[in-house]
Structures are given as C-alpha cells and as structure tokens.
Ligand binder design. Structure first.
Ligand code: ZN
Ligand code: ZN
Length: 640
C-alpha cells in the first residue's frame, strides 16, 4: 500500500482504501449512490464533520443521514446561516452575532436598531426560500487570523470573537453564496438541503448573554428533515402556547410576580397555594412512610458555613450578596445541604443511627440573570423538596433501591411517564477512579436489577459524584427536569463527617442528595402546563362549585356546600349573576364539578352534576352519592 492511501473503517468493520485527502462525501459515494445522496455529515472520533472535510489519516467513520440525531443539529445550524444570508441580503447593514443550533431549532443574533416584526420574519422566510432554491454549496476555508480580520472588518462582534482565538487554533470560515461567517461548522453540503423550516419569533438578547453589553435582536426558527416532523412540532408549539403557565396562572389566579417584590420571586395566590399545599401534604405523607425525618433550617446562614461547603469558592456568582450582622457576614442559602450536615453533626452518630434520611421543604435563593427568568420555571427564590441520606457505604445499594421506589410512587401520582439518565465521571472529578466506578456500578446495577431502561450521560456527572437524572414527559411530549439522586464524595470530606462503626473507630458516611419535584415553583408551573390548568380533583384549588338556579334555592344549595365541606371537599357557593354567566365562570376556572340546584333538586334532595369537559351534559344524582363520589376521588388522589 502506498503511503498516500488511507484506510477508512466503516461501522460494520469493513475497511476502504482511498487516496489521502478524500472526503466523507467520497467515502459515502464509494459505499453507494443512495448513501451519497442521503449523506448529511459524518462522525470521526466522536466529532461531527462536513462531508467535504479532507481526510489525511486512517480513521473510523460513520456517515450521518437524516435518520441520525446528530444530523439534525447540522441542518439547523445551516438553517441559521441561511437565515443570516437572507437577512444580510435585505439589510446589508445588520451586524451578525452567533447563530447556533439549539434543542428545538436554531437562532441567529443580529445587531440592528429596531426589533424585528412578524412581517419582517415573513419577508426573511421568503428570501430564505430563494437562498435555498439557489442551492449554494457551503464552502469551508481555513484562514489565518490576519486574513479573518480583513474578512470581518465590518463585523465588530465577529472581530471580538476572533480575538479570543489563540494563535495556534484552527480558524475556519464558511461561505454560502453571498454570505460569509466565522464558524467552526459543520454544515450540510448545500443550502438546497434545507426544505422544511419555519421562523418562529424574535426577541431581544444581550450580546453574549451579558446585560452590560448591547442588546441584539434574536430570530428563533426551527427546521426538520421531514415535513411531518415540522408540522408536528408546530402543532406542539401551538398546544404549548395554549398551556403557557404564565397565562393560565393569571386566568386561574394561581400566582403572580410584582416588580416591587423583585423579578423571579413568586407570589403564590390562595388558589396556587392550595395546589402546592396538596403536593406538599402528599409528599410529606409519602416520605414519612419511606423512613424520612423532617427538619427545618434557617433561610439565612453565616458565610463560614459556605466557606466550609465550598459554595463561596465555587458557586458565589449564583448566590445573593452578603449582609452584615454584628460584624459577621450572612447569606441567603443557595442550597440546603450545609444546614442538614450541621444537623447531622449536632451530635455523635453511630452506625446504629444510620441510615439517616433528612428532608426539608427548604427555600433557597439563587442569582439568575434577569434575561433567563421565565414565569415559575426559572426563578430566583424557590422551595426544594430536598433530602439528604447519610449512610454507610454498605447501605448505598439498599438506599438507591428505596429512592427508586419513592421516585416511582411520586411521579405516578401526577401521571408522568419518565426517563432515566445516569451521569458518569466528568474529566475533572474528585475521588478515585475506583470509587467512581463502584458508585456508578451501584446505580446501574440497581436500575438493571429492576429492569429500568436508562441512558448514560457520559461525563455528565458533577465533579463530586455520579447522579441519576429523571426526566418527566408531559401531556404534549415535552421533557421536564424531574427528580435527581446524587452521590457525593465531596461534602462528607469537607465537613469531616463521621460515624462510629462497629469497630469503635470513626468512619466517613456516604451522602446522597435527592429531590423529587426539585423546585416546587418549577414543578407547579410544569403541572399547570401538563394538565392545561385542569387539575385532577385532588389538586384542584376548588373542587365543586354549587350554583342555585335562582335565589329561591340558595338555602338548599348552601346546605349542599356545607355537606361537601364536611366530607373534606373544597366547595363554594356562587349565587350572584345569571346562571349562564356563573357556568361560564366555573368553566373558565376549570373547576372539576358544578352542582346545579333548582326546584326539583331542592325538593328531591338531588343535585344536577356537570363534569368539567362534558359540555352541557348533566347528570341528576342523589346528594349523598355525589358527595361520596367526589370525596373518594379526592381521598384516592385519582387522576380522573
Ligand atoms: Zn456556522
Ligand atoms: Zn444537597
């Protein structure tokens, strides 16, 4: 074999010999014309590259087609360039920032004077179609820093980025027709590969997310390989809009924020507070059954504690500032762990005390940039359903078992299917390889033993230990952050946690952090969207609304309300306004049941029941039977 040949290994083990400098596109063509046509990009040594990327060494290669998840990001990033191509054609003066692919699509940031309007987006979309029709190839070129400075002399944001490259870094530019971008790639072969896309919205965004820098105008869009996938995605976005917890939160009078209170700080209204109370009551019962003990720890603690925990050194930028009292500095707590550790260390612990499972609905405060705050989902103050398990190393497998039971019971109560990820050792990590692989094995063995499918998030663990991440899948298929179970090699060391073992010596306990809902704010925000505001009866702030047809039957209706309340049902009488108005109001508030009382119902001791979502249909029921039915639905926490 001559030295200008390279050996390319395919996923099935086949080896192809090609001249050095060949591209993945040529590899695909060698395999077959079908693949050559379907190819989008390639993966070499874990990195996604263009089809035109020249190969100079032997390599294992995987060709990506529209069936591969990695290919979608390549398409979407290319769509961002096509958007920028269109915008620059129409607005030659628009400065350009970044244009990455994101989870659900892509965006591009432009430096322009005025925000973009929906009409602008429609015009850009048309222009994008032209760029696509022209089928410009995406051309990659390596350039020197000096050359790049010349190419982007009119783009100050690109120049700023350029200056951050070290001198030995590879700098590449991509060209598609008239547009040139400073970009690492990869891209699809040509603009014609983009077929199914949509521009969705515009929004202000600070350059590099820094509120001290200028405001850019971001355009969000999405793209898919298949028409149906795009249609489904757009439908889901429509659904999501209807379910937006901020809108429903207002309409159902659940929560609000107030500028005088501060951004990202939630005011729970009585109706929202009832939903939260039900969740907390349920969870408290549940965890007591699972062997937890409740504690309460202060909201504000001395900085000394956060020095020991390492939060000041590693987490300070997410913490609220210090306040001084009698010369000592205090901070609102960003996490509950240090407080729980202080409880653990309040006395000597013996192996006979372990495991200790300590739980708290602990409110924490974290600084989040105002630009990322979002309703109840991203906030600055939130209550975690936090718990820490202190146990001996031998007890870990059993504790993981119990945690999986607990998570399952919790999530089933709200009707969430879920997925599990095991996040493993990152590059920078505390603890030995042995410790890590033992801990990871405990987690994966327990999952396997129960037949739970899970994915591995390679290197995704925190520096102080591996974790299990549960993702909830909501009613319209979106994933939400759910429970986490985190092993911790760090805090027991930092705080020098100990217990006296059977050998009468001091040993270090293992510490597990776990949350079930995570943040109560985010969980309730998510539940509002999951149920579209129509909470199952047990969670509904108001469970029955009783409506007398006219004033004459008010007394009889009030009697029904009293009996419902005595049975533990949240019921209200609404006698003002016309019956139609009152029915509409109860529908808007998504109350599970309406009980209508007229002459016949008053005389016969019955009630005409309207169920939420059943339209005008009503069923005349014996009052006691109705009360029993609702009360049992509430007691059993039925999902309805
Ligand atoms: Zn790019
Ligand atoms: Zn913790």
């Amino acid at each position: 074999m001559s030295s200008d040949q390279i050996r390319i290994t395919l996923p099935n083990g086949d080896v192809l010999e090609l001249p050095a400098g060949s591209t993945p596109g040529e590899v695909a063509a060698r395999i077959g014309p079908g693949l050559a046509k379907a190819a989008v990009a390639a993966v070499i040594a874990g990195e996604t590259v263009d089809l035109m990327h020249p190969l100079h060494e032997d390599a294992a290669i995987r060709i990506l087609t529209d069936r591969d998840a990695e290919a979608l990001a390549v398409l979407r990033h290319s769509a961002a360039h096509i958007l920028a191509t269109a915008v620059r054609e129409l607005r030659p003066g628009a400065g350009i920032g970044f244009g990455p692919a994101i989870d659900e699509g892509f965006y591009y940031d432009f430096d322009v004077d005025e925000p973009f309007t929906p009409e602008d987006l429609a015009v850009f979309e048309k222009k994008m179609e032209e760029v696509i029709a022209a089928d410009h190839p995406f051309l990659r070129r390596r350039v020197s820093k000096e050359e790049a400075r010349g190419l982007f002399q009119d783009d100050p944001l690109k120049l700023e980025r350029l200056e951050e490259f070290s001198d030995d870094e590879v700098i590449t530019v991509y060209e598609d027709g008239p547009f040139l971008d400073l970009c690492r790639g990869p891209h699809v072969p040509s603009t014609g590969r983009l077929k199914h896309f949509k521009l969705l919205s515009g929004a202000g965004a600070y350059w590099r997310g820094d509120e001290k820098r200028q405001m850019l105008q971001r355009i969000y869009g999405t793209a898919f390989f298949k028409k149906d996938d795009l249609a489904e995605h757009l439908h889901r976005l429509e659904e999501a809009k209807k379910r937006d917890h901020r809108r429903l939160g207002r309409e159902l009078d659940l929560f609000s924020t107030d500028e005088r209170v501060g951004p990202g700080l939630i005011l729970w209204h009585p109706r929202g507070a009832l939903v939260r109370m039900e969740i907390e009551n349920f969870e408290r019962e549940l965890i007591m059954r699972h062997g937890y003990e409740l504690v309460y720890t202060p909201h504000v603690m001395s900085e000394r504690l956060f020095e020991i925990s390492g939060h000041l050194a590693n987490f300070a930028e997410n913490m609220f500032g210090a306040m001084e009292v009698e010369g000592a500095r205090y901070r609102p707590k960003p996490m509950n762990c240090p407080g729980h550790i202080a409880v653990y260390q309040s006395r000597q612990r013996s192996y006979r005390d372990l495991p200790i499972r300590m739980a708290e609905f602990g409110t924490v405060y974290r600084y989040e940039r105002s630009g990322v705050l979002h309703g109840m989902l991203r906030v600055r103050g939130f209550t975690q359903d936090d718990a820490h398990v202190f146990c001996t190393p031998d007890q870990v497998p059993n504790e993981i078992e119990r945690l999986l039971d607990l998570v399952d019971e919790m999530l089933r109560a709200f009707g969430y299917p879920y997925t599990v990820e095991l996040a493993t050792k990152p590059e920078k990590a505390l603890g030995s390889d042995e410790e890590w692989s033992r801990a990871e094995a405990v987690l994966s063995d327990t999952l396997n033993g129960r037949g739970v499918e899970f994915e591995i998030d390679e290197g995704g663990g925190a520096f102080y230990g591996p974790k299990l991440d549960f993702k909830l899948i909501d009613a319209i298929g979106r994933k939400w952050q759910g429970p986490t179970v985190q092993l911790d090699f760090n805090l027991p060391e930092r705080f020098e946690l100990e217990y006296v073992a059977e050998d009468n010596q001091n040993h270090r306990p293992v510490m597990l952090h776990r949350v079930l809902v995570g943040s109560m704010e985010r969980f309730v925000g998510g539940l509002i969207e999951h149920y579209a505001g129509a909470f199952p009866t047990w969670l509904a702030p108001e469970q029955v609304r009783v409506l007398p047809i006219s004033e004459q039957w008010e007394e009889s209706a009030a009697d029904l309300v009293e009996r419902l309340e005595a049975a533990g049902v949240r019921a209200h009488l609404q006698a003002r306004e016309t019956l139609n108005y009152r029915i509409r109001e109860a529908e808007t508030l998504k109350i599970p049941y309406m009980g209508v009382v007229g002459e016949r119902e008053a005389e016969n001791g019955t009630v005409a029941v309207r169920r939420r979502g059943a339209g005008r249909k009503q069923e005349v029921m014996d009052r006691q039977a109705f009360i029993d039915q609702v009360a049992s639905e509430v007691r059993s926490r039925a999902l309805g």
